[in-house]
Design a protein around this ligand. Structure first.
Ligand SMILES: [Mg+2]
Ligand SMILES: [Zn+2]
Length: 196
């Protein structure tokens, strides 16, 4: 059973451009990919979970979104941070594209994307984290049974966030997660040695 970082896309990994529809709009936040590579080397799967209601709004097609994600994956892979999974919600209730005008279970803050990804990649949610810049990311992670980290690279509120971890950006969040895990396994070793 694997552990994973479920990571939001816009304003967490890359700069938000309000409905990115073209690969040349992918602009990684400094340090994000390198930190994801560190998490990967520490044994975490890297799984993207993103709301992309631009599809339901008719601003881009799933084919365009796929090209954007190919470019994101290309840039992350070049840094040793290839995504193990990439999950998006294209839906929005009341949106103009009828096919996507549904009340789904995958638009964050609902946990559908995280739960589907966890099932498909045999992820132990209790050992995993959801990281994002919106309260909806924190809510989705908590509802799925993950620990949660909030990053301040977005336009989210400055207070009232009930995440397990608050960080300036993705790199800071990931490094804190890796320290927490290292401290936890150190405590485990000490307990083992003392026979408690
Ligand atoms: Mg975001
Ligand atoms: Zn959905």
């Amino acid at each position: 059973v694997a552990k994973a970082l479920f990571i939001d896309r816009d304003d967490t990994i890359n700069v938000d451009r309000e409905f990115i529809s073209s690969p040349d709009e992918i602009d990684l936040i400094p340090g994000a990919a390198e930190a994801m590579a560190r998490a990967r080397r520490a044994g975490y799967l890297l799984i993207l979970v993103t709301n992309q209601s631009g599809v339901a709004r008719g601003l881009l097609t799933e084919e365009m979104l796929e090209r954007v994600h190919d470019e994101l994956q290309r840039q992350l892979s070049a840094c040793g941070a290839a995504l193990d999974g990439l999950y998006y919600c294209p839906h929005l209730e009341g949106a103009p594209v009828a096919e996507y005008d549904v009340r789904c279970d995958c638009r964050k803050p609902l946990p559908g994307l995280v739960l589907r990804a966890a099932k498909e990649h045999s992820v132990d949610l209790a050992r995993s984290w959801m990281i994002g810049d919106r309260p909806s990311d924190v809510e989705a992670g908590r509802a799925a049974g993950c620990r949660t980290a909030f990053v301040r690279t977005g336009r989210g509120p400055s207070g009232g966030i009930e995440a397990d971890l608050m960080a300036g950006d993705l790199a800071e969040a990931i490094d804190a997660i890796l320290r927490i895990e290292a401290a936890g396994s150190e405590r485990g070793r000490l307990r083992g040695r003392d026979g408690v």
